[in-house]
Design a protein around this ligand. Structure first.
Ligand code: HEC
Length: 154
């Protein structure tokens, strides 16, 4: 199970690397073309994730992840964020057991207008930011392997 999740996530990101921008022009994704080196620590991921979330996700999910009329809450597990089961009529069909499950859905479906349009580093950074916002800080950088071992506390 863990192995499958990990493998599929790796595939997702490999696919991402291969197909960035495929829906528009076949060039390198502009959102990746930043001078900043990739985050080396969880804290650096949180920082990048905050900025990336604000730019690409906050319009629907709220400035603090509290949700809006156009997107569900993604921060505040106690208030119903990231429920195990998809909501009634949701696009999502998978359960959110681990952080990797959430990452996989986000890459496949978010943002709705351009799924998979961010870099793998950016998606992990957003996930790190979401964990941090949910009160969870890690002692090392979040990646697919680590995410598959992190069960979302219920
Ligand atoms: C245009 C509005 C919009 C934007 C922008 C957007 N989302 Fe979403 N998001 C939604 C909607 C609507 C859903 C519910 C999808 C469903 O029916 O399963 C959703 C669901 C989610 C979920 C699953 C939540 C749950 O409870 O099932 C995650 C995680 C998520 N979005 C992350 C992101 C991230 C990360 C970004 C930025 C890269 C982003 N979203 C950008 C509208 C948006």
């Amino acid at each position: 199970m863990t192995r499958t999740t990990r493998t599929s996530l790796v595939s997702v990101f490999l696919l991402l690397a291969a197909c960035d921008g495929s829906s528009s022009t076949p060039t390198t994704d502009a959102s990746v073309a930043t001078d900043a080196p990739p985050p080396a620590t969880f804290a650096e991921q949180v920082e990048l994730g905050a900025a990336t979330y604000t730019a690409h996700c906050a319009s629907c999910h709220g400035a603090s992840g509290e949700g809006t009329a156009t997107g569900p809450r993604v921060v505040g597990l106690a208030e119903g964020a990231l429920p195990l089961e998809p909501r009634e009529g949701a696009v999502r069909t998978t359960q959110f057991v681990t952080v990797a499950d959430v990452a996989e859905f986000a890459v496949m479906a978010m943002p709705p207008t351009a799924p998979g349009s961010l870099s793998g580093e950016e998606y992990w950074a957003i996930l790190a930011f979401a964990l941090h916002a949910n009160g969870i800080d890690l002692d090392r950088k979040l990646d697919a392997e680590l995410a598959a071992t992190l069960t979302i506390p219920r």
